[in-house]
Design a protein around this ligand. Structure first.
Ligand code: A4P
Ligand code: MG
Length: 235
């Protein structure tokens, strides 16, 4: 019977293997998340779930969430910040487009004000050791080396001795912004979470009101991915 259809499974496996002789290279990328409008904590938590759904990508670590003072215009709410690490096959500009789509899903409006308030900001901080200076994308992120709200969470999940290309060692950069780092508040587990992951058990669908939550579909999808995924092991 099986000979009437395509190749048997062993043959199929071999075909798949030979068709992927030149697999797309995976690269480690660090992403910065920030929000200070419309329940910023939830914006960041939901965005972390949505990162799970990026094609050809795997979230491998997430920092704690931090409450941080705004850098830039002071007349805006405090931010919630975090950093995530992903392994991805996506090309840099494809990844940027995918991240901007997530920002739009969070109602991000760009009104031209530099460093102004936002529902969600997703920045590409590092792509391996690459240095990019494209019109749409600069990597490492041009301001990351002098921002405690990036360096602090990054240091939580980065390997020891991480170098920021062109800027130096993460440890040294973080030491240089110790004053700013001292103003950051790391959210605790009970407050719901040392990190987003410790709060993940609360992410039952019942916690979210479908009628007023336009993230529901993405969230349900991400939750399914979450359960099937080994992310909780990262805690
Ligand atoms: N772009 C270039 N390089 C990148 C990159 N590495 N990652 C381009 C992401 N985007 C990059 O970004 C403007 C354009 O930058 C994009 O269209 C993309 O093509 P944007 O998100 O529209 O504007 P923005 O975020 O206001 O500008 P910018 O300069 O990226 O601001 P930052 O550096 O993101 O700063 N204070 C605290 N406490 N916490 C914060 O998270 N964030 C900001 C924003 C200011 N103050 C803050 C925080
Ligand atoms: Mg930005």
């Amino acid at each position: 019977m099986s000979s009437r259809g395509g190749p048997r499974s062993a043959e199929r496996k071999q075909m798949v293997e030979s068709s992927s002789e030149t697999p797309t290279q995976r690269v480690t990328v660090y992403l910065g998340l920030g929000a200070n409008l419309s329940d910023p904590r939830r914006q960041v938590e939901q965005a972390l779930l949505q990162l799970q759904t990026l094609p050809g990508s795997e979230v491998t670590a997430v920092s704690s969430l931090y409450r941080t003072l705004p850098v830039g215009p002071a007349d805006q709410p405090d931010f919630i910040n975090a950093v995530a690490r992903i392994d991805t096959q996506l090309e840099p500009l494809v990844l940027l487009t995918a991240l901007q789509q997530i920002e739009r899903q969070h109602g991000r409006i760009r009104n031209g004000q530099r460093w102004g308030p936002r529902t969600l900001d997703l920045d590409i901080l590092l792509i391996g050791e690459q240095v990019l200076a494209l019109p749409q994308l600069c990597v490492p992120h041009p301001q990351m080396h002098c921002r405690a709200f990036v360096l602090g969470p990054l240091a939580e999940i980065a390997p020891p001795g991480l170098e920021i290309p062109g800027q130096g060692r993460l440890d040294d950069l973080l030491a240089a912004v110790a004053d700013e780092a001292g103003t950051m508040v790391r959210l605790r587990a009970d407050d719901s979470g040392r990190s987003y992951f410790s709060a993940s058990a609360r992410f039952g669908a019942s916690e979210f009101d479908v009628s007023e939550n336009h993230y529901h579909d993405e969230l349900a999808c991400a939750q399914a991915a979450w359960r099937a995924h080994r992310l909780p092991d990262l805690l």
